[in-house]
Design a protein around this ligand. Structure first.
Ligand SMILES: Cc1cc2nc3c(=O)[nH]c(=O)nc-3n(C[C@H](O)[C@H](O)[C@H](O)COP(=O)(O)OP(=O)(O)OC[C@H]3O[C@@H](n4cnc5c(N)ncnc54)[C@H](O)[C@@H]3O)c2cc1C
Length: 473
């Protein structure tokens, strides 16, 4: 329970609309997209950076712990309060006013509370977009704090690569505002401080505003499903596509048979595109795109893709067993349905891993060999952003099995998968979802002491107050 005096003081700072204390109204802020369920002392909903600053300063002075929250679509228990009922959620969901497009600079200055879908809808008339694509609809602040990757990383990179500047409120007694909202793409004048706050889950400050790089909206898109001749042929196939398509290649997404089957089961409206409904062991969704309208006499993009696939098909030791070009919206609908499909197919224990690209299939093969012996009740439903080395390595346990509710089983499984990914393959235990409570123990385990010491120093000079769910030091 929070002191009534604090509620009155914070209402004075944020107004009636800026504070939520009714349990029913707080529920949406207490429950995460997938796993989390906590209890908030109250929810703060500031509308401006100045309000964030005043509220944060008050909370730090009075020892009130703050959890920043944007779209609440994160998958690592980062944006929701714990079960104590003592933490306040600081939601950015009302920070949506600012939206200034600079066409010459091809950049956007925006409030951290804007949803990705709203941003891209507003940019459409300018022929521009913020090029991070994923199956959820986060807000910009959360995307910056987690450094979202997504399906087109191969072409456009992650949020870090597309962030020009940010404004941050530090969790100190003054609620210091740090204005790092440069519009510049080039600026070698010292430490790039914004990067301290990007991808660090709100541990060092609260992002209230940002300046983002925009990209021209593709005007031609062609997609194909590719069936590799075997797992070992996936990388030769990717390299053959990159050789022949260069910057046209905008996605190369891998989908295992189990993950596709789970999506088709969960969403009957999805079209099963495979001959006789028979889903192959592994399928790649490849996308090529161009930013200009089709020109007369120019080979269409569908035809470019077909030509390239024919060349690869006819090459020595052809890496392709099958391929077909199809409508982009249908092909992406299946890809974006994998996550929810897998989630509904049983108790999901999800891993967001990354590897050197050439190690992805070797890792998956190793796990397919090992799992039936060590964790026989587990079904592997992996899919991922193969073009950038990312794998959503999902393990599903039947909901009615004893293991589904067994926390020790989940811990042993996580320990084993991470040990193989990190120690044997030099991979990352968090490719693009960031840390959060879910990954804290593995950050502690796999991070050098010197790095932790440096992070602790950084925390002390940026946000000494109780902020966020992650401890880097
Ligand atoms: C179906 C589905 C598909 C997904 N696919 C992908 C994918 O392909 N790639 C990918 O990278 N992610 C993916 N995600 C995960 C998630 O959508 C991203 O991590 C997203 O960027 C989180 O943004 P958010 O606004 O929801 O942040 P939240 O969930 O609200 O917060 C995430 C973290 O950032 C902190 N935070 C939030 N706002 C701020 C702020 N303003 N300042 C400082 N810290 C803040 C929070 O405390 C928390 O630690 C997916 C999620 C779902 C449900």
């Amino acid at each position: 329970m929070i002191d009534q005096g604090h509620i009155a003081a914070l209402t004075g700072i944020l107004g009636d609309k800026g504070i939520v204390t009714e349990p029913g109204d707080m529920a949406a802020y207490e429950t995460g997209a997938r796993y989390d369920e906590g209890r908030a002392a109250l929810v703060l909903r500031p509308q401006t950076t100045e309000e964030v600053s005043a509220a944060v300063g008050y909370c730090v002075k009075n020892g009130i712990a703050l959890i920043p929250q944007s779209g609440n679509t994160g998958l690592v228990s980062g944006a929701t309060p714990d079960a104590t009922g003592a933490q306040a959620v600081l939601s950015l969901d009302r920070m949506t006013q600012r939206f200034e497009v600079d066409l010459d600079n091809r950049s956007l200055r925006a409030g951290a509370g804007l949803r990705l879908s709203d941003v891209n809808q507003k940019l459409e008339k300018h022929g521009l977009f913020f090029p991070i694509d994923l199956g959820a609809d986060p807000r910009l602040g959360g995307m910056l704090a987690t450094n979202t990757g997504g399906s087109r990383f191969l072409k456009y990179g992650d949020v870090r690569r597309n962030a020009l500047g940010i404004k941050v409120v530090l969790a100190d007694e003054s609620g210091t505002v740090l204005d790092l909202t440069s519009e510049l793409r080039k600026n070698n004048t010292g430490i790039d401080w914004k990067q301290i706050f990007i991808g660090t889950s709100g541990a060092f400050g609260i992002i209230t505003e940002c300046v983002l790089n925009l990209e021209p909206l593709p005007k031609q898109v062609a997609t194909a499903y590719l069936v590799p001749a075997s797992g070992a042929h996936v990388m030769p196939l990717l390299r053959a596509m990159e050789d022949r398509l260069g910057a046209y290649l905008s996605a190369f997404e891998g989908m295992s048979k189990n993950s596709v089957a789970a999506a088709l089961d969960h969403a009957p409206s999805l079209k099963n595109p495979f001959q006789g409904g028979k889903v192959p062991d592994y399928v790649i969704l490849a996308e090529v795109s161009r930013t200009w309208e089709p020109r007369e006499g120019e080979q269409s993009l569908d035809s470019v893709l077909e030509t390239v696939l024919a060349e690869i098909w006819e090459s020595d030791d052809a890496p392709l067993a099958d391929a077909f070009v199809g409508p982009a919206h249908e092909m992406w609908a299946l890809r974006h349905a994998l996550s929810e499909g897998v989630k509904h197919s049983g108790k999901l224990i999800a891993f967001d891993l990354s590897f050197r690209r050439g190690d992805i299939m070797a890792f998956c093969d190793r796990m397919k060999d090992e799992m039936p012996h060590t964790f026989p009740e587990v079904t592997i439903c992996d899919f991922g952003h193969i073009g950038d080395g990312g794998v959503h390595f999902n393990l599903v346990v039947p909901k009615d099995s004893g293991s589904a509710a067994d926390k020790d089983f989940e811990r042993r499984l996580r320990d084993r998968v991470f040990a193989i990914a990190v120690q044997d393959f030099n991979g990352s235990f968090s490719a693009e979802h960031a840390i959060g409570r879910k990954n804290q123990a593995y950050y502690d385990l796999y991070t050098q002491q010197k790095i932790k010491d440096m992070a602790q120093g950084l925390k002390a000079i940026t946000s000494p107050g109780d902020l966020g769910t992650v401890r880097f030091g």
